[in-house]
Design a protein. Structure first.
Length: 298
């Protein structure tokens, strides 16, 4: 069993998970930028900074962009307030959403159109606003909800959706309506994740596949995090006595409570790891965010 004082960092494979199709996708994104009016960068609201991609952003150049932070319904509201202040200071157009909220999705499209119109006016003072077709490119890390957002906008299963990162491997145009077209792109990871904790954050939200990240390391990280922030939901869901329990003790109690047992009553830790990951990702262990905004200016 993994012990409390085990300080091992994520494997180098985790830091460098960058399948070949992602490098190809990044090249194609650069080539097709001229075909769209705006880029929608989809991030995970639980990891507002680390679920971005500096390399991808550098490739976008001056193309108008709207940052859509999906899964806000799974994030801690007080921390989202701090992130909102930070994004405001950066003058970066952004929107926290739950992609299953139709009103939020309509607001995202409205914001995108306004950004495009403003950009056109800034580039051409004589520009007269007209109802032209809006062409948008969807980019972001794997499993941040890009395909679900596209399907919500198009009101159909236009893009493949799966609870597994890296499902979209081809770029495709999706017609939302007569006024809107979307260019879907594969999820693109940065070539390297510099900070070990960022790799664990992205593993926790399933932006990195479990067979790369390792279910044990990620599940234990989540348990430590929830104990540290004293998540009352986590405590009550697994009937834990206090937040002072060790990880080993928590694993044992979850195994007993949920019947994750082998012969002779020994805990089946592999089943416990899978259970913790699944319930965390569905928001059943409480709402949380990983990382704080960079220091706000005074």
């Amino acid at each position: 069993m993994k012990r409390e004082n085990d300080q091992s960092a994520p494997s180098d494979a985790l830091h460098n998970w960058y399948p070949g199709h992602m490098a190809k996708a990044l090249r194609e994104i650069k080539q097709k930028l001229k075909m769209v009016d705006i880029v929608l960068e989809i991030r995970d609201a639980r990891v507002p900074m680390a679920s971005g991609n500096r390399n991808l952003n550098e490739s976008l150049g001056q193309k108008p962009k709207l940052i859509i932070l999906n899964k806000a319904n799974l994030a801690d509201a007080s921390q989202l307030e701090q992130w909102s202040k930070w994004f405001d200071e950066q003058n970066a157009p952004y929107l926290f959403i739950d992609c299953f909220d139709k009103v939020a999705m309509k607001k995202a499209i409205s914001m995108a159109r306004k950004i495009v119109e403003k950009n056109r006016k800034d580039c051409n003072p004589d520009y007269v606003e007209t109802k032209t077709k809006l062409k948008m490119m969807i980019v972001g890390l794997p499993n941040t909800g890009k395909s679900t957002i596209i399907n919500q906008l198009a009101n159909k299963s236009a893009a493949k959706v799966a609870d597994k990162p890296g499902q979209t491997v081809l770029q495709q145009w999706i017609v939302v309506d007569k006024d809107i077209e979307l260019l879907d792109t594969p999820g693109v990871m940065p070539p390297r994740i510099d900070k070990p904790e960022h790799a664990l954050w992205l593993s926790a939200i399933h932006a990195i596949p479990d067979d790369i990240a390792g279910e044990e390391d990620t599940a234990i990280f989540i348990i430590k995090h929830l104990l540290k922030i004293q998540s009352q939901v986590f405590l009550e869901r697994f009937k834990l006595e206090s937040f002072s329990l060790t990880v080993d003790e928590v694993l044992q109690k979850i195994a007993m409570l949920r019947g994750c047992l082998k012969q002779k009553g020994l805990p089946d830790l592999d089943r416990v790891y899978k259970l913790v990951l699944a319930e965390f990702r569905k928001g059943e262990l409480g709402k949380t965010c990983f990382g704080a905004p960079p220091k706000l200016s005074r």
